[in-house]
Design a binder for this molecule. Structure first.
Ligand code: TYD
Ligand code: MG
Length: 452
């Protein structure tokens, strides 16, 4: 009997090597190399690779037709927006997220609300478990069939019989294909199953929505190549202790990746949050020091976010710096700017920063609110109510303008704020906003504005 061919794959990045190593030479991950059987590909000459029965005709862009109805309405406004207007036919979508965050709930809810024929394949739960879950969710798509199967060939057989318009796979790590002997969840199985599903999606124009588990460092488990193979990579995250869940696109071949979808996990499944600013700015009595509200933008949507800071005297030698929902390096930079430009002594203070509601903000327009919250806590003096901020801070201590400032001002006005601080250099054409717009140019100036 011929010896079975094997190769060594890194479970972290998917790199292949000829022998076992303690550390992957491609991604430097330790202890991630696993031996897996491989199939020998028949050698082919490129001249003889034509596939019988298929024509490969190149077309000019003018000759390729585009139809509006190529996007499927998912009946979830938030998901539609994150996808850039709906699900594209033939798209491969990968949804990642921590265990228990609500991935299966989200996709089952979509399957039950959509009008198209759906095949929901689960390798993790039994049909009766899925029925129990479905009973809690609204939606009664009689055209949604549930299949519990992990073998891709058998899944394709079901697809042939039922001819669904959308396929949901929960999860990609449970699949295994007959063409490989490696165990489910291994790099080669995930890669091969994804490749087979991609081929099916592209040839039939059926969108495939797959759930992917994530590793402890937040990446989708399995080889990185899977993320390259699919068209859309979505991440579903949120604080387990909060009921809010955030859906964000990390990659989208058919739209922008800046959009954000917000859901709330309730007893009856995931509800869409229509007015996120109201939920993110906590309802409280005024007069508390250390909080400031920032007018940020997530994609095209304005979002008012509350920043909370706590500055206290360090008990131990080295002061602690901690940030939740915000980049710690950026916080350190802002503290250094405060120290150098505004003479604010923070060297012996602990600084804790938190973005309320469990969300993460990367918009630099939050900088001014961060600085104001830190100053407010340091001075133990509350920022007056109805005040918000939208500006970036530069290393020299200048307050820099941010994009689409008028949209931010309008959102603040809509939510009942009376005052907004922006950069002096912001381009504002409109005169009357119904809210007072205060223009500042330096970090030092903000201090006198707020606390004098
Ligand atoms: P689930 O979708 O199973 O998570 P994942 O597939 O990402 O692992 O979500 C499970 C959590 O959601 C569980 O902790 C219970 C909660 N949940 C609700 O609060 N309400 C509901 O209607 C449902 C179906 C789940
Ligand atoms: Mg699940």
């Amino acid at each position: 009997m011929a010896k079975k061919k094997t190769a060594f794959f890194c479970q972290h990045c998917g790199a292949q090597s000829a022998k076992w190593m303690g550390q992957c030479s491609a991604c430097q991950e330790w202890n991630s190399i696993v031996e897996e059987p491989i199939q020998q590909e028949p050698q082919r000459n490129w001249k003889q690779t034509s596939v019988p029965g298929r024509t490969h005709k190149a077309l000019s862009l003018q000759d390729i037709s585009l139809r509006e109805e190529d996007r499927i309405n998912t009946h979830s406004e938030e998901l539609n927006r994150v996808l850039g207007g709906g699900l594209v036919k033939g798209a491969m979508l990968l949804l990642g997220g921590e265990p228990g965050i609500g991935k299966s709930t989200l996709l089952l809810q979509i399957a039950l609300n959509i009008v198209q024929k759906v095949l929901y394949v689960s390798g993790e739960e039994s049909q009766s478990q899925i029925k129990m879950r479905a009973a809690r969710l609204q939606g009664d798509n009689v055209n949604c069939l549930i299949l519990t199967e992990t073998n891709t060939q058998l899944i394709f057989r079901s697809i042939e019989e039922w001819k669904p318009e959308i396929v949901v796979i929960d999860s990609i790590q449970t699949l295994h294909t007959d063409s490989l002997t490696a165990t489910p969840g291994s790099v080669s199985q995930i890669r091969e199953s994804t490749a087979e599903l991609t081929k099916f999606a592209k040839e039939t124009g059926t969108p495939v929505l797959m759930i992917g588990h994530i590793t402890k460092d937040g990446n989708i488990a399995g080889p990185k190549v899977v993320e390259h193979m699919v068209d859309v990579v979505l991440h579903f995250y949120g604080d387990r202790n909060h009921s809010y869940r955030i859906l964000r696109a990390h990659k989208n071949r058919f739209g922008a990746t800046a959009e954000l979808g917000i859901y709330e996990m309730q007893a009856t499944g995931l509800q869409e949050v229509k007015n996120p600013s109201e939920m993110l700015v906590s309802q409280k009595e005024g007069g508390l020091s250390g909080t400031a509200v920032a007018a940020t933008l997530e994609g095209a949507r304005p979002l008012m976010v509350e920043v909370q800071a706590l500055v206290s005297t360090a008990v131990y030698g080295t002061p602690q710096r901690s940030a939740t929902g915000y980049d710690l390096k950026r916080l350190n930079m802002l503290l250094a700017v405060l120290e150098k430009r505004a003479g604010f002594k923070l060297g012996a203070k602990d600084v804790f920063l938190n973005i309320a509601g469990g969300i993460k903000v990367a918009d630099p327009a939050i900088d001014l609110a961060v600085i104001s919250a830190v100053l407010s806590s340091g001075e133990d003096c509350a920022i007056e109510q109805g005040c918000c901020f939208a500006a970036e801070i530069g290393l020299t201590g200048e307050i820099r303008p941010v994009n689409r400032v008028e949209q931010r001002i309008s959102e603040a006005q809509k939510l009942g704020f009376q005052k907004i601080f922006v950069s002096k250099f912001s381009k504002i054409d409109r005169k009357d906003f119904g809210i007072s717009v205060i223009k500042v140019s330096r970090v030092e100036a903000i201090f006198t504005h707020l606390f004098d």
